[in-house]
Ligand binder design. Structure first.
Ligand code: ZN
Length: 249
């Protein structure tokens, strides 16, 4: 075959595997589109394999840095809905949530769940992790992570979410202010781990500030099963190398 034809055939064969204009390449948590292949699924996703500051991480040997408190202002939190995206269960926020770190304000956009946890602490995984995704006015991201541990009782803040759980991919249920009122925390939290990281899903964009809470609330087996049944499969990216990064606390 003439080289030009063989090149043409290669392009025709490869093209469907890459993202077409205006849409993002499909990815998943298992098989050929799973986490170890994300960096090869699309040119947009190369940071997933080439990035040096990727999330999640295994947090151990955190350095004591006397971090300033994170000021939570969730009193006026109004959620929009709870959505089954196929990758996660996500609560979209209409208005009212913010955190302040070093005098800089970040607005809560959404929070979502991973099971099992993505971040680990001292090589230990937890059954559920929530990511509260905030953005400042330059669109830089700050993610607050809460790791949940197994407990005997229902976690009261999670009860309205479990009661409104969208069970199938694409499902969404409306939420009102009452459904997230137990996430209200008008307080300053000082016990947390801090590191620079990335989105834990493609395109794995770096420059994300991570704040993993040291306090780990419990949730019941029944609640955990509700999240796992809705998500259908584990949705945790494996931990990534720390490389030159330091975790502070
Ligand atoms: Zn997440």
């Amino acid at each position: 075959m003439k080289p030009i034809f063989s090149l043409l055939i290669s392009i025709l064969l490869i093209t469907p595997l890459l993202a077409t204009a205006g849409e993002h390449a499909k990815w998943s948590y298992q098989g050929a589109q799973g986490p170890s292949h994300w960096g090869d699924l699309s040119p947009e996703y190369t940071t997933c394999k080439q990035g040096k500051n990727q999330s999640p991480v295994d947090i151990s040997n955190a350095v004591d840095a006397k971090l300033k408190g994170i000021k939570f202002d969730y009193a006026m939190l109004v959620p929009e809905n709870i959505v089954n995206t196929g990758h996660s269960i996500q609560v979209n926020i209409r208005s009212g949530g913010a955190i302040t770190i070093d005098d800089e304000k970040f607005i809560l956009k959404q929070f979502h769940f991973h099971s099992p946890s993505e971040n680990m602490i001292d090589h230990k995984s937890y059954p559920l992790e929530a990511h509260f995704v905030h953005a400042n006015d330059k669109n830089e991201l700050a993610v607050v992570s809460i790791l949940y541990q197994p407990g005997a009782m229902d976690n009261l803040a999670l009860v309205p979410l479990v009661n409104n759980m969208p069970m199938n991919v694409g499902d969404s249920n409306r939420l009102g202010a009452k459904d997230t009122e137990l996430f209200e925390r008008n307080k300053t939290v000082k016990n947390y781990f801090n590191f620079n990281g990335s989105l834990t899903t493609p395109p794995c964009t770096e420059g994300v500030r991570w704040f993993v809470m040291q306090s780990r609330p419990g949730l019941s087996k029944r609640q955990l099963l509700a999240f796992q049944r809705a998500m259908k499969h584990p949705n945790n990216r494996p931990v990534q190398p720390l490389n030159a990064r330091m975790v502070t606390k």
